[in-house]
Design a protein around this ligand. Structure first.
Ligand SMILES: *Cc1c(COP(=O)(O)O)cnc(C)c1O
Length: 391
């Protein structure tokens, strides 16, 4: 057995990958405070505050809004497992890695899944959704708002209207948009929406905020068969988070402290200011990357502010560049997944990580590594272009 254990001393990283993102010191401090019991009256107040703040960030008045204990994927399962019954017809838009995961889960629920395939890096067009709905009988249309594997932001308005004309439910993954882009659950008529704590909410991974509107909550409560997950059964989870306070599982107390603090930081900053910060930093980073000769991957006009994707230049080696950024600058950026593995980089600017300081640091570090790896570029071009955006 190993006996030479060292002190836990992780390097302070600048997390500019696809998540987790950096956590605000106030959130870390909140996590070092003493535990309360899961039914302590003080903890119940904290739970109510979290629900209130989640409604603010989701831009909804939905009663059934709470954090699921688990990462974003648990939010995905809770959404699908509670609404889908065996035999239900479900349309899933697959335009990246996470759409694929939704399909897998919907199949595990016994749904008849119809996939809408979209080329990676592009949005789904409303006509494609319309075609998938035309035979009728569809219960759920599921899609990803901010596809973290491609850097694409999906417009939702038109699709939402169509889905509701067919009396189906619109289920949206907002893991990489909540807290960085407007999600507008109520305005857009999103019936079920989930996210994760570690991306634009700038909290450690471990909780998955979720919201159901009344129509979706009713459908879930009136389902004919029991859902296959006990742990993620919202009809039981909602009893603990609602008035009954019935024990279901022990809430991860510390993670809830963290989420409360992270949400409070968003409330203090204000949603509009926060969106604007994400937009501006994205614009500056992308201008810098383009000035360095890098080509954006995501479809123009539909690029995420929270995650920037660019093609890896032919003359450099993907993994080597990322490793050097990590070793020499303590900066993490993401590589490509699936069909774009080795071909794109994913540079996240999420939550606390979305700052001018990080944009300029990242561009400067990339330039240094590029030069040493023999990639030709004009000195200072990236930082200059970004600075121009800020001025
Ligand atoms: C990260 C992510 C998930 C999964 O979240 P985990 O916290 O890794 O379980 C789901 N959907 C999208 C779009 C994501 O970016």
């Amino acid at each position: 057995m190993k006996t030479d254990f060292q002190d836990l001393k992780p390097s302070p990283r600048v997390l500019l990958g696809p998540g987790p993102s950096n956590v605000h010191p106030r959130v870390l401090r909140a996590m070092a405070t003493p535990l309360l019991g899961y039914l302590d009256p003080e903890f119940l107040v904290i739970m109510d505050e979290i629900k209130e703040l989640l409604r603010y960030v989701f831009q909804t008045e939905n009663d059934l809004t709470l954090p699921i204990s688990g990462t974003g994927t648990a939010g995905m399962e809770a959404s699908l497992y509670n609404i889908i019954e065996p035999g239900d017809r479900v349309v899933v838009v697959v335009k990246g890695f996470f759409g694929e995961r939704i399909c897998d889960m919907a199949e595990r629920c016994g749904a008849q899944v119809k996939r809408i395939e979209v080329e990676w890096g592009r949005i789904v067009e409303p006509e494609q959704v319309k075609a998938a709905l035309k035979d009728g009988g569809v219960k759920v249309v599921a899609l990803v708002h901010a596809e973290t594997s491609t850097g694409v932001l999906q417009p939702l308005e038109e699709i939402s209207q169509m889905v509701h004309e067919h009396e189906a439910f619109l289920l949206v993954d907002a893991v990489t948009s909540l807290g960085g882009h407007p999600v507008k659950v109520d305005d857009r008529g999103i019936d079920i929406c989930y996210s994760g704590s570690q991306k634009c909410l700038a909290c450690p991974p471990g909780l998955a905020p979720i919201t159901f509107n009344n129509r979706a909550a009713e459908a879930m409560r009136n389902r004919k068969s029991k859902g296959q997950s006990w742990y993620l059964d919202m009809t039981m989870v909602e009893k603990y988070w609602g008035q009954e306070r019935a024990y279901h599982h022990t809430a991860p107390i510390t993670m809830n402290y963290a989420l409360r603090e992270a949400l409070l930081l968003i409330f203090e900053e204000g949603l509009e200011a926060r969106f604007e910060r994400h937009r501006l930093n994205h614009q500056a980073l992308l201008a810098g990357l383009q000035a360095m000769g890098l080509e954006p991957f995501a479809q123009a006009g539909h690029r995420l502010w929270t995650l920037n994707t660019v093609r890896v230049p032919k003359s450099v080696e993907d993994a080597r560049i990322r490793r050097r950024l990590l070793d020499e600058f303590s900066i993490e950026i993401g590589g490509g997944l699936g069909p774009v593995k080795g071909q794109i980089w994913r540079i996240g600017l999420m939550g606390y990580s979305s700052s001018k300081q990080n944009v300029l640091l990242c561009l400067g570090a990339l330039e240094t590594v590029f030069r040493e790896e023999g990639y030709q570029l004009a000195a200072g071009a990236g930082v200059a272009a970004a600075t121009e955006v800020y001025s």
